[in-house]
Each structure stands twice: as structure tokens, then as C-alpha cells.
Design a binder for this molecule. Structure first.
Ligand code: F0G
Length: 376
């Protein structure tokens, strides 16, 4: 079996890159699709609930899928520098792929509102970090202007190559499940990722059922030129934090606020695309207060062994509520994207964990007493 060397090498024929482009990769993609056991049981509902753990990408978030393609294209087009605005993960990813490529990265981050792990990554990977006295949306406006005033390639998700890379998560899910999920739940910030998944599922649905398709990699050879397995598309469900929920309001939010700093965004760039994905798929948007997001993050960590960052947990908070209410019916196959790793933002996580640290003397007796006390 061939060594896995990243999503461009795997999906080259489905990506708009030149055949001879120098591939800038850190082995991203191929992330685990984990079936949850305890949470569905707690809910008392018969659903197949999976999380796609994108926090296991090389820099700890789904951004790497988009960045490998965007940076490969930028280098191939002769660019010597990239730029992005970011709530943290995009900047970490841009910095890493720029380092890999040997080009410069400029990242604009909101003043004091990004998780420490993400900032450390950008700095360690050698990016030029510009902290602006403003939020992500302000950074986004500036970066778009910069791309016209300086020789820098923008690698936010307004760069179409980003979405092309991120669509591959949908391919992996269908390959692994050997079917299309009924529902796909994601946290929504700038709305690039929900858009990218919809592109991925739509490309599969369009390319299949095509008599010219000789071999199907999505149904392990059961396809006979007319693959029924991937002609369907899932219902796309987007979840936001209540303090930063423009899709719920159907209006931009000027002062977004949430503990889930990754999705502290009030003016999503992929607004129209995300509405299209929602409408075409028969999906919906919903919102959660910070406490519900943190509770879902904790449930995932404590009940399933999966540690994601707060923003990511919005997908599971949403799925849990909609499964409980029956809006997502029993018998459904549901995939939640966990967009980033919990270690990105350990401070927030630790503050909300129930299990505390117990300090004891460094003796067998003290430790034994502590263990027996906890096992009661
Ligand atoms: N989850 C995490 C962990 C994120 O970092 C982001 C976006 C999202 C969800 C939302 O994805 O924007 O495609 O709807 N983070 C961007 C950043 C904005 O700068 O890292 P989206």
C-alpha cells in the first residue's frame, strides 16, 4: 500500500493545480472519522454519530487542507509572500506552510483575542505577526486591500484554492463510510468550511452517475458506472456562537463576542455560498451560548476521549440538541466536523473542566488514600 503523502498527491486529479506544481505538503488530510459511543447512548437515540477529527492535521486544524493547496498554487505562480487575517488557526497554518515553502508569511491577528497555542505556532514558524487594534473582520478588510497594494498572495478562504483543498474532507468521509452521511454538522465562522464541504459533496454527486466514470474509488468497486452511493448529498447544518451569529440574525454582526475565539466573526466572507449550501441541502443554522459550547467540548473530552477546541464543539452541541429534539431523526448517519485540537486553547478548557488537580504528599500512603477516596 502506497505511503500517504498528503491530500494533493491523493486527490491531484480533483484539484485545479498544474501537474508539475511543486507540492507544498506536511502530510495533511487522512484524519480519523471516529464513531461516538457514549454520547448517543446518553442521548437515548439510535443514530450513527461520527466526528471527523480535523484537529489531527499537522498544525492542529482543518486549515491545513486549504493551505497546502493555496500555498502550492501561490508558489507555483511565483509568489514570495502570503498574507492572511486570522482568529488564530489560519495564521498558524499559513506560517507553517510558508516555512515549508521557504516564503514569507504576514498574519494579522485581533488584539488579545487569539488562543495562546495558535499565536505560539505562528511565531515559531517564523511568520511576521501583526496584531491589529481591531477584530477579525477589520483584519479581513485590511488584508483584502493589501493584496492589491503589495506583492502578497491572500490565503484566507476568499482564495478559491483554500476551498478546493478543504473540499477533500467530504471525499474522505464518503470513502470511509461508503455512503454519504444524512447530516453534516459544522461550526460556522467565516463560512468557508461549510462551503468547501458542499463543493466536495456536490462534485461527488455530479461526477457519479456519469457513464464515463470507469472506476469508483468511493464504493470499493461496487459501483457499476452509475454509483448510487454518492448521488445523494447530506443536509448541511451550521452552528454558531450566540454572540457571533450573523446567519441566525440574517444580518452582519458588528461586535461579535464568544469564548470560542476561532469563530468570533461577524462579517462572514462566504455569506452567499453558505446560504446556498444551506438552502440547496435543505439545511439550517442554529446558535449556542458559550456555556453550551463549552459543555459539549467537555462531554466530548470526558465521555469520548476526544479533545477539540471550543469552536469545534459547536458542531457537537448542535448535533446533540437536534438529535434529542428529533429534528435529526433516529436512524440517521451524522458527521460532525471537529475543526481544531483542544491543545490550541488549554486555558479556556481547563477553566471549565470538572475534574480538578488534587495535591498530595509524595508518599505511597497519601497517593493510595487519594485513589481509594476517588473510587468511592
Ligand atoms: N473552527 C475553528 C477551530 C476555526 O479556526 C474556524 C475558523 C472555524 C471553525 C470556522 O470555519 O471560517 O470556515 O466557517 N477560523 C478562521 C481562522 C477564521 O482565522 O483561523 P469557517
Amino acid at each position: 500500500r502506497a505511503r500517504y503523502t498528503g491530500l494533493i498527491n491523493k486527490y491531484h486529479d480533483r484539484l485545479p493545480l498544474a501537474d508539475d506544481a511543486r507540492v507544498i505538503s506536511l502530510g495533511e488530510g487522512n484524519t480519523p472519522l471516529i464513531r461516538l459511543n457514549n454520547i448517543p447512548r446518553d442521548l437515548g437515540r439510535d443514530v450513527d454519530l461520527y466526528v471527523k477529527f480535523e484537529g489531527l492535521n499537522p498544525t492542529g486544524s482543518f486549515k491545513d487542507r486549504g493551505m497546502t493547496v493555496a500555498v502550492t498554487q501561490a508558489v507555483s505562480a511565483g509568489s514570495r509572500a502570503i498574507i492572511c487575517a486570522s482568529t488564530g488557526n489560519t495564521s498558524a497554518s499559513a506560517a507553517a506552510y510558508a516555512a515549508r515553502a521557504g516564503i514569507r508569511a504576514f498574519v494579522l491577528i485581533p488584539d488579545g483575542k487569539i488562543a495562546m497555542g495558535k499565536l505560539a505556532q505562528a511565531i515559531m514558524h517564523g511568520a511576521e505577526v501583526l496584531q491589529i487594534r481591531g477584530n477579525f473582520d477589520a483584519g479581513m478588510r485590511i488584508v483584502k486591500a493589501m493584496a492589491e497594494q503589495a506583492p502578497v498572495t491572500i490565503v484566507n478562504s476568499v482564495n478559491p484554492y483554500r476551498l478546493q483543498g478543504q473540499k477533500t474532507a467530504a471525499f474522505e468521509i464518503v470513502e470511509e463510510l461508503e455512503r454519504v452521511p444524512d447530516y453534516h454538522c459544522l461550526p460556522v465562522g467565516n463560512a468557508g468550511n461549510i462551503t468547501a464541504h458542499w463543493i466536495g459533496y456536490s462534485e461527488l454527486a455530479l461526477s457519479h452517475g456519469d457513464a464515463a466514470t470507469a472506476a469508483c474509488s468511493f464504493c470499493s468497486g461496487r459501483c457499476r458506472y452509475n454509483c448510487g452511493i454518492v448521488r445523494e448529498r447530506p443536509v448541511m447544518v451550521g452552528y454558531q456562537a450566540s454572540g457571533a451569529a450573523p446567519f441566525l440574525r440574517n444580518a452582519m454582526v458588528d461586535d461579535p463576542e464568544t469564548v470560542a475565539t476561532a469563530i468570533r466573526i461577524g462579517h462572514p466572507q462566504s455569506w452567499d455560498y453558505a446560504w446556498a449550501a444551506s438552502r440547496e441541502s435543505g439545511g439550517w443554522f442554529d446558535e449556542f451560548p458559550d456555556e453550551a459550547i463549552l459543555e459539549a467540548q467537555y462531554q466530548l473530552a470526558a465521555r469520548e476521549g476526544v479533545f477539540c477546541e471550543p469552536a469545534s464543539a459547536a458542531s457537537v452541541a448542535g448535533a446533540m440538541r437536534d438529535i434529542r429534539s428529533g429534528r435529526i431523526p433516529e436512524g440517521s448517519t451524522v458527521v460532525c466536523t471537529l475543526t481544531g485540537h483542544g491543545l490550541k486553547d488549554p486555558d479556556v478548557a481547563q477553566r471549565h473542566a470538572e475534574a480538578a488537580v488534587t495535591t498530595v504528599d509524595a508518599t505511597s500512603e497519601a497517593v493510595r488514600d487519594a485513589i481509594l477516596g476517588k473510587l468511592d
